[in-house]
Design a protein around this ligand. Structure first.
Ligand code: NAD
Length: 329
């Protein structure tokens, strides 16, 4: 039976892969894939990796020398994979381009509602029988303007959700879609006019730090920034500085540029030395979740099904619909 070396395995991964898997032996490893442990893949022709695994050129080289032929990314993004190195070593890379745009878009709106209406603060208060409303004032979303950067699968679901709330929607995407119920504008106009700004584009050379000092300077002082895409879309130090100076209204972050090694893990009994996240966590107008936007039953089922089908397609020599190639970055 063919086997898959499965890295960064969490209980919810195992639950769904074990439920769906019929054809393969899955060797689960808890550690994130990185050069130091890539050799563990020896004996498997496929490795399965996730968003914060370190699939750099060194890892790829070791995987290749260990006999690995395929990297199965169980996620949509593949910015952490050295695609050129994979190509040079003849490794194929497959991903799960779409598993549930609803999971991420709904989480983005959940974050906005929680941040704007201060629901986590209210929850903590009422748990302690503090029923005061002081400091909990939000604003109506109805009639406000949402700015959506990236109108692909997730962005368009998010736009529909915003429209359901009675919001105007401005959008920015280098490849506009004709049937999107939003007005496409340039980035500067979107930053200037939006009450909430939600990021739904991939992390590429062009989009790294798409929210930087300059972008923040254009925003309304009340603007809420929401990032459920990739941490490096935001220059976090610039964001923190703007929050400190009250130059923006707040931020909801499901991703963080230095999340690797921190997110997805329980660090509650450790001293977290990352000063930026420590300061962000302490701000009343910041809400952080730990890259959980994808975490719905539907998404986990689809991820397991498509990842395993990707490998079956590879083994049968069939067409690889979900192959990612170096030129795609
Ligand atoms: P998609 O490929 O369907 O859409 C991405 C859109 O971004 C495309 O329309 C593309 O043209 C646009 N884009 C590219 N460059 C841009 C730029 N410079 N400015 C504005 N738009 C640009 O992808 P998707 O399925 O909608 O996913 C979007 C992103 O969400 C992924 O790349 C991934 O990083 C992130 N994601 C996060 C989670 C999570 O759990 N937090 C889960 C899944 C995906």
């Amino acid at each position: 039976m063919e086997s898959i070396a499965f890295f960064d395995a969490k209980p919810y991964d195992r639950e769904w892969f074990d439920k769906i898997n019929r054809d393969f032996e899955i060797r689960y490893f808890e550690g994130r894939l990185r050069p130091e442990n890539a050799r563990l893949a020896e004996g498997s022709r496929a490795v399965c990796a996730f968003v914060n695994d370190v699939v750099n050129a060194k890892t790829v080289e070791i995987l290749s020398s260990a006999g690995v032929e395929v990297i199965l990314m169980r996620c949509a993004g593949y910015n952490n994979v050295a695609l050129k190195a994979a190509k040079e070593h003849g490794l194929r890379v497959l991903s799960v381009p779409a598993y549930s745009p609803y999971s991420v878009a709904e989480h983005a709106m959940g974050l906005i509602l929680a941040l704007n209406r201060k629901i986590p603060r209210a929850y903590i208060r009422t748990r302690d029988f503090n029923f005061s409303l002081n400091g909990l004032t939000g604003f109506d979303l109805h009639g406000k303007t949402a700015g959506v950067i990236g109108t692909g699968r997730i962005g368009r679901v998010f736009i529909d959700i915003c429209r359901g709330f009675g919001m105007e929607v401005l959008a920015h995407d280098p490849k506009p879609s004709p049937d999107i119920p939003a007005q496409y504008v340039d980035r500067e106009e979107l930053f200037k006019r939006s009450d909430i700004i939600s990021l739904h584009c991939p992390l590429t050379r062009e989009t790294r730090y798409i929210i930087d000092e300059g972008a923040i300077a254009l925003m309304k002082k009340s603007a809420l920034v929401v990032n459920t895409s990739r941490g490096q879309l935001i220059d976090t130090e610039a964001l923190l500085s703007a929050l400190n100076d009250k130059r923006i209204g707040g931020a909801a972050l499901d991703v963080y540029e230095e999340e690797s090694g921190l997110f997805f893990e329980d660090n509650s009994d450790k001293i977290v030395t990352d000063e930026v996240i420590s300061l962000l966590v302490s701000r009343p107008n910041v809400l952080i979740t730990s890259h959980q936007a994808f975490l719905t039953e539907e998404a986990l089922r689809n991820i397991a099904e498509v990842t395993l089908k990707n490998y079956s397609d590879y083994l049968s020599g069939g067409k690889l619909d979900n192959e990612v190639k170096a030129k795609d970055t």
